[in-house]
Structures are given as C-alpha cells and as structure tokens.
Design a binder for this molecule. Sequence first.
Ligand SMILES: *Cc1c(COP(=O)(O)O)cnc(C)c1O
Length: 384
Amino acid sequence: MYRGYYSPAEWEQIVDFSATKETPFLIILLDRVARRFQEFRRDFPSAKIYYAVKASPGEEILTLLRDLGSYFDIASIYELDRVLYLGVSPDRVSFGNTIKKARHIREAYDKGVRLFATDSEADVRTLAREAPGSRVFFRLLMDAVTSDSDWPLSRKFGCQPRMLMELVSLAADLGLDPYGISFHVGSQQREIPAWDAAIAQVRHLFEWLEKERIPLKAMNMGGGFPADYLIKSNPLSVYAEEINRYLHMHFGDAIPEIYLEPGRGLTGEAGILVSEVVLISKKSRTDLKRWVYTDVGIFNGLMETIDESIKYPAYTEKGGETGDVILAGPTCDSLDIIYEHFKYQLPLSLEIGDRIYWLSTGAYTASYSSIEFNGFPPLKTYYL
Ligand SMILES: *Cc1c(COP(=O)(O)O)cnc(C)c1O
C-alpha cells in the first residue's frame, strides 16, 4: 500500500531507519522537499515561491529551501527569528498573517521585513504607523470556494471586495505601498477551478483600482496545493497547466507578478509518521469492529484528523484479510479518536506491537503536536 506513495528504495530507507527506534516519530525525506520545490519552479517559472513556514518549520527544511533560493512566508515573529537565524535575508520574507500585534509588526519592520498582508482597517493603520512605507498585500475573502477544500481557511481571513478597495485607498493615503491582492483557496484544495474563480475576482479588482489610479503590481495566489492522501489529487503539473491557463484567460498579456505560498504541497508527501499499536480491543464479545489504539493521535501529530478532515493512508506490513477498525490515539481524552465514521480497514492479523506507518504526514503534524498532554513528549522528527 506504500506503493503509489513511495518508491521501493525510499521505503527500504524508511523501514531500515525506523527499525531500532522507539515510536512515535516523524521521518522527513529531504530529497522529496527539494524535488517538489524544483517542480514548483519548473511549473510556475515566473512565480516567486514563498514557503509557508508553519506547515513544517524544522531547521533542516528551512536550510534546504534557503539554499534552493526559496522565499519564506511567516505567521509570527518567532518564525521570522527562525529564518533570520539561518541567514535568510529579511527581504526574502513576507509577514502573511493578517492578525498581528503592533509591537510584533514594529519588531519585524526593525529586523528588515517590508512585505505584509492585511485584511482590516485597524491593521492597515497599525502597519502605516509601525511599518511605514512597506509593501502590502490585501487579502480577499474566499468563502465561496474554500468549502471544496479539505481544510478550509474560510471566514477567518480576508475581506469582501468593497472593503478591500477601501483598504487599498486608505493604505495609499497613509503612505504604505499597496502592492497586490492575495487569496487562499483553502488548504488541500482538490478542485482546481477554485483558482479560476479567485483569479477572475482579482482581475476585476485590478481594473477598478486602475480606474482609481492605484495600479497594483502583484497577485499572491497563496497555498492550497494538495498532497496525496487516501484520496489522491491531480499532480502539480496539472494544477499549474490549468492555473497558468486561467492567468492568460483573465489577464491576457498583462499578467501581474505572481507569488505562491505553498506549505502542504511542498512538504506533505515528504513525511512518514511511524507509530505502534498499543492496544486492540472490542466493546463486547459480539462487537464487529475492533478499536485499534496507536501511540499517535490528535494530540501528537494527527491534529488534522479532527472531524476526520484529512484522511492519511495508513500502512502496516501485516497482510491478509482486512476488517473495519476504529483508530484512536493514546491519551485519556475522548477527543483523541482518529477515524470512527470513516471506515478504515486493517488486516485481521494486526497485533499489539505492530507498526502503523502514516503516509504523507510531512505537513501540519509535528508542529501541531502538543508539548506534554498526558505527559507524552512532543513528536520527534528525523530528517533523512
Ligand atoms: C497556511 C498558509 C499557507 C499555506 O497553505 P497550504 O494549503 O499549506 O499550502 C499559505 N499562505 C498563508 C497566508 C497561509 O496562512
């Protein structure tokens, strides 16, 4: 079952490395991250690629992407310090979180960051005061399309087009540099036409703003590029082909500068979370389902299985006939059930102590792990 996700050579490397280590831990295959970064470059040749650090913020990944010439999108000044510490110059960083304290904006500005995203009047005023003259992206609300994604970032971010126009004028009046419009179509977006709708909206806004004599230069198309989970997605090249077509369709020869902020799409498939079965039980003698408890769960790596949103492929080396299971984590919290309604099948021969490998777990896993819930340590990560 790992086939179709990892090559036999990669799998051998993963199993060999894991053999003597106590679970749970995450393995990141750095080659995979590098390869995917090169694919983004090849498929979107004129785009600037800002890695969304929050997806997988390990130093090894940041160093690799630094050396490949990536830019970085940060969610906080703490992520900023991490990339600056690695020698990334602040002009390769954008502060993409629209929710930030005035003193953090000032600190980022003092450290050299000159590119910010915003979606509210209060934040525009704070930016004008604490980060004068900076370039600003205005984030458009995407409530219509994010519902198709598996991990929507809707409602919380962006503003309506009318308000966006007002914010652009306000920013210009206050001496900021209104630079472009940004959007995020929702994380793990499997419907490529979501970008079509978003790009069309941005095109309209560009036209209106040109009439107001505030021409913008750039469009930030965010993240949303998928990783292959139990449900597979189109390859990146197909996304790129379609999205590049939408760009030509809507902008003709006047395509603005393009920014991308992939997180999951860059690192998701690079990770394998290795766990062990702690307990297998039934609730009665006649129960048809087995409960399989593993040493990972919602609180130490599999946070995105909340509401069973992301369905990771789970692989065991046991074979034979399979049956329904409910998968749950090790903590004393009933929220810590991984999959119950979605029927996972695992071999009937599965035993306590067997390993379960969770595939495509390179994004939003280790960084989401709690630091000591129930006394369990945070998830360890090894980089190969
Ligand atoms: C989280 C985030 C991203 C990354 O999204 P993915 O779906 O993981 O690619 C990009 N941009 C912003 C502003 C984000 O908050």
